[in-house]
Write a protein that binds this ligand. Sequence first.
Ligand SMILES: *Cc1c(COP(=O)(O)O)cnc(C)c1O
Length: 446
Amino acid sequence: MNLIELDLEHIWHPCSQMKDYEELPPIIIDHAKGMYLYDIHGKRYVDVVSSWWCNLLGHCNERINTAVKKQIDKLEHVIFANFSHVPAITLCDRLVQVLPAGLTKFSFTDNGSSAVEAAMKMSFQYHYQTGNRQKKKFMSLTNAYHGETVGALSVGGVDLYSEIFKPMLLDMIHVDGPDCYRCPYGKQRESCNAECFEAAEKCFAQYGHETCAFLVEPLVQGAAGMKIYPPIYLKKLRQACNQHNVHLIDDEIAMGFGRTGKMFACDYAEISPDIMCLSKGLTGGYLPMALVVTTQTMYDAFYADYGTHKAFMHSHTYSGNPLACSAAVEVLAIMQEEGILTKANQNAVYFTQLICEKLKDYKYVGDIRSIGLINAIELVEDKETKRSFDGKRRIGYQIYKKALDKGVVLRPIGDVLYFNPPLTISRTDMDFVVQVCADSIQEILG
Ligand SMILES: *Cc1c(COP(=O)(O)O)cnc(C)c1O
């Protein structure tokens, strides 16, 4: 058997209808460098989706490679209860310096979904231990995505992932969230006052007293198709949470570490959440690790004599993995020492201009939305009415296959094509991937 046959014999790939692999077999990657993946035949692919939004500074970055290699010869892993190590301690110390004010306590998990679940449990137990045992519910936005495990899926609102599992899921409050492209108030994202927050206000009035926390993807609902909304919405949310003694859980798993042009997306709104979840870019996309970051106030509600049973009894075997921590420490050092964000923000202006020039007037391009280096292109059948294509036509998927042929990983979300490249993408690569995107759209839609 060849490698592809062997793969298909055994491997059930994530988020895939495996039957599709009959006509689009798995691309077997041999090695990678910077923006580029190389398959076993030597064909090059530009990774403009950062390998599912996690690769931050390019593949096989020399500094991160060295840091992990150094660490692996010293300590690969150790139990994290009663034990600690330099990479974890250094990481927290460095993160406190860049995180929003007040976020000083770190709990470690090993993937984003489990960080979301740990955050939910923490919030629930906080209220339980501070005299608010009626607080049992959670609020989140329609079209939200917070991961795939049962608890995280419950607060998510993307039917594609959760519909079939509804009978298994926890009962949550889904608040009608912002939809700036099809704004029901006829406003513009740049100038509105988040009028749509009134839906959240109603939910707070009705359910605030029994709600533990509000989970939110800050500024960009990624899995919903990179839907971007204004910072004012987050400001209002912070206020409402304060009024109703509801925790704000800021899920920065996708948008943290400079994806939006600031270190954290919530920095645009100048707010501090009660809990922040971090993963993906945290380790530069090298190793699975996630963090639940919280405040002294939260921590204090769990701090007591053993017999009071107030401890947070949550653990994951790989909590605080030293290899992952060493990668994360190096990522922060590179970002600072190499001025990554400043350069990325300059390039982001160029990238967005380029995309708009090439694609804006195209018949089927309904919306181009941009923040940081993230640029999303929503294709619609009718630009006037903003009517989507029939999902059965799988327009996005057809374009994706064309772009793959041409060497670009333009994996879409439905009919939303997007770029979410490593922060180190060069202008030459931008020119190339935008041209491939335009050509691929042209070939499929004419
Ligand atoms: C990817 C993602 C998650 C889930 O993280 P996993 O590591 O895939 O479990 C949660 N929230 C957001 C916003 C994400 O983008």
